[in-house]
Ligand binder design. Structure first.
Ligand code: FPP
Length: 251
């Protein structure tokens, strides 16, 4: 759902007088770290490191707009097919990021959550994640959900298995299953669906991200690589979202 908000007070962005329709939940496909690095003759890991800085900027921008939920596609089910060295670099980066930023998240009243098959992550990464989840669990201003080892088809399969088990166990009557029941079996059932999906790198794909939840999201594609994402880009996305007329299939 959208919230009507006045513009953030930041001197670097232009202020227009009309109130903005601010999305409550923004989801981001952070694409292009590798190409950003390639263009500079750098290893792909350098692109991911620069991408982590964009994560910090995106979180700050969401806080400025009082956006309540930010969901980031940080590691997909398909990313396990990448070379071991790149997977290792990504996991190390995530661990370092959590180690360095958890204190700041607590200070900023940011809650961290995860979605995905977290049990597939290396033990060290899970340990660092658990710490960050625990330390931020009572925070209320912005929920940042990291999609890790995440695939939407896998999420739907996991939900279906859980539903089948509950039906077999007599806990659920199949005739009562509706959209709301199904949503309850997804990884983060208590979160509203994203209102706005941002994707960087100009690609027009969903890439197995939140297929159920994005059914009615507005899509904003940026023609730049994720490490170049900045506050003005979030501003442009929210501005564009604000202009869209969401009808949810009605007239
Ligand atoms: C896509 O770029 C990005 C990823 C697969 C990983 C996203 C990770 C980060 C932004 C950094 C770490 C995240 C956190 C939360 C600390 P790509 O490698 O697919 O780029 P390419 O399509 O240009 O190869």
């Amino acid at each position: 759902m959208s919230q009507t908000k006045s513009m953030p007070t930041d001197s670097s962005i232009q202020v227009t007088p009309s109130p903005l329709q601010v999305p409550e939940h923004v989801a981001i496909i952070m694409d292009g770290n590798g190409r950003w690095a390639n263009q500079r003759g750098l290893p792909r890991a350098a692109g991911h490191r620069a991408g982590a800085e964009s994560v910090r900027r995106a979180v700050e921008a969401c806080k400025r707009y009082h956006i309540k939920y930010l969901t980031l596609y940080a590691f997909s089910s398909e990313n396990w097919k990448r070379p071991e060295s790149e997977i290792k670099a990504l996991m190390n980066l995530l661990q370092r990021f959590l180690k360095e930023k958890t204190k700041e998240m607590v200070k900023q009243n940011v809650r961290l959550r995860t979605i995905g098959r977290i049990d597939m992550l290396p033990a060290d990464t899970r340990k660092q994640l658990d710490k960050a989840l625990k330390q931020t669990e009572n925070n209320t201003e912005l929920t940042v959900t990291l999609a890790l080892s995440y695939g939407s088809r896998e999420e739907i399969v996991d939900a279906t298995k859980a539903i089948a088990k509950d039906v077999a166990g007599g806990k659920l009557d199949p005739d009562t299953i509706d959209n709301a029941t199904f949503k309850n079996y997804l990884y983060a059932p208590d979160q509203p669906d994203p209102d706005l999906l941002i994707r960087t790198s100009g690609e027009l794909r969903l890439s197995n991200f939140l297929l159920w939840q994005l059914s009615y999201a507005e899509i904003f594609v940026l023609d730049k690589f994720w490490p170049d994402f900045n506050e003005e880009d979030m501003h442009a996305a929210v501005q564009e979202y604000s202009k869209r007329h969401r009808r949810f299939g009605a007239i």
